[in-house]
Design a binder for this molecule. Structure first.
Ligand SMILES: Cc1cc2nc3c(=O)[nH]c(=O)nc-3n(C[C@H](O)[C@H](O)[C@H](O)COP(=O)(O)O)c2cc1C
Length: 362
């Protein structure tokens, strides 16, 4: 019955323009009446990343709950964690609409949202009023018209860090001009050390760690990727989130909207982001954790990302096309695949093969 409701709801929502459908979904979740998706609990899927405990590896990627509208209810969908944002310091509207396109035949989305955000004050207000029942990350970005990108990231860490288990520095959205170049410029090191100063102050005050994660683009070349990892290691970044959406269109797309501009997510991103994750895992030699994101649409994709080196996973587009029962399916299958040994045993175990394009998913 629940599955049928899920299907009917999806059919209804997919008749609407994507942004409207998304806003209705948020409203439904906000009511708290929407779906109580109970997830089987498996001890062998519990993951610990530093000071944070995750019930299982599957969480919500940034962009779904940009303004923190539903973080206090989203655990009902069965997710183990959520990342809100991207939030910017000041309110901004983002790019002109339409700016989100479904590519149904490809199980993909192209978006050129450009960080629409109600701003830090609005989010602070929500964080003061509500509490998350699962680990909470806050994904931060700079305003489009900022005169100082570094200070935008520092301010957001200073003001929002105390509410978060981790802060994710997003410098990989393709829809804010100049943002991605932060990944490869000398500015990255000072951005990270400025954020670290704010992180330290928060940690001293609250007496426990504030993790800092860095979310990167899947369009980096190998040497850019290695440089980012090395800089991240120098600055004690806890995890790299691989990846954001891609501007490449290497995969042959079949849908009507295939020529729209923006970042592509979903199935066409699975292999590109997973291969990059595997390369990053090999380079980092266990000195940093990885969050696997990009085209997790079924249990095989999820398992492959863990074999490539991800400790936990996040998804967005897969939920749009499959609904929340995707989470149950992935959890059950991961439990079976891990064969009652702990799932952490498989992390990175096929990174070499995946990085070299030699691994065929079983
Ligand atoms: C509509 C939409 C909006 C997004 N907004 C953000 C965002 O604000 N910040 C961010 O870091 N990533 C954002 N993302 C990227 C996702 O978090 C994720 O990295 C990417 O979509 C790949 O995962 P997926 O294939 O499971 O969707 C967005 C993705 C989509 C589809």
């Amino acid at each position: 019955m629940k599955y049928l409701n899920n299907l009917l709801l999806k059919c209804f929502l997919h008749k609407l323009p994507p942004e409207l459908a998304h806003n209705i979904t948020l409203k439904l979740i906000k009511t708290g009446l929407f779906l109580n998706n109970s997830i089987d609990s498996y001890k062998n899927l519990n993951i610990k990343l530093g000071n944070i405990d995750f019930k299982h590896p599957i969480g919500l990627a940034a962009g779904f709950d940009k303004d923190g509208e539903v973080f206090h209810q989203i655990d009902k969908l069965g997710l183990s964690h959520t990342e809100i944002g991207t939030v910017t310091p000041k309110f901004q509207t983002g790019n002109k609409k339409p700016r989100v396109f479904r590519l149904n035949k490809d199980k993909a989305i192209i978006n050129s949202l450009g960080f629409p955000s109600k701003g830090e004050k609005y989010l602070t207000n929500r964080l003061e009023r509500y509490h998350s029942n699962i680990p909470l990350g806050i994904n931060i970005g700079c305003n489009k018209d900022t005169i100082n990108q570094i200070s935008d990231y520092s301010i957001l860490t200073r003001n929002l860090g105390k509410y978060a288990d981790w802060i994710t520095i997003n410098i990989s959205s393709p829809n804010t001009p100049g943002l991605r170049s932060l990944q490869t410029s000398d500015i990255l090191a000072s951005l990270l050390s400025n954020v670290n100063e704010e992180r330290k102050k928060i940690e001293n005050k609250r007496g426990h760690a504030l993790q800092v994660w860095l979310k990167i683009s899947p369009d980096l070349n190998d040497s850019e990727l290695k440089n980012i990892i090395d800089t991240s290691l120098k600055h004690n970044i806890d995890a790299l989130c691989i990846s954001n959406t891609t501007i490449s269109r290497s995969y042959e797309l079949k849908s009507r909207n295939k020529n729209e501009n923006g970042g592509l997510s979903g199935k066409p991103l699975t292999l590109q982001s997973t291969k990059m994750l595997a390369k990053a895992y090999l380079h980092a030699q266990n000195n940093i954790k990885f969050i696997g994101i990009g085209g997790v649409t079924n249990a095989d994709d999820a398992y492959l990302k863990m074999l490539a080196g991800a400790s936990i996973l996040q998804l967005y587009t897969g939920l749009v096309f499959n609904g929340p029962y995707l989470i149950n399916k992935i959890i059950q299958e991961l439990n079976k695949k891990s064969n009652s040994s702990h799932i952490t045993n498989i992390i990175g175990s096929k990174a070499y093969e995946i990085a070299n394009g030699r691994y065929i998913n079983e």
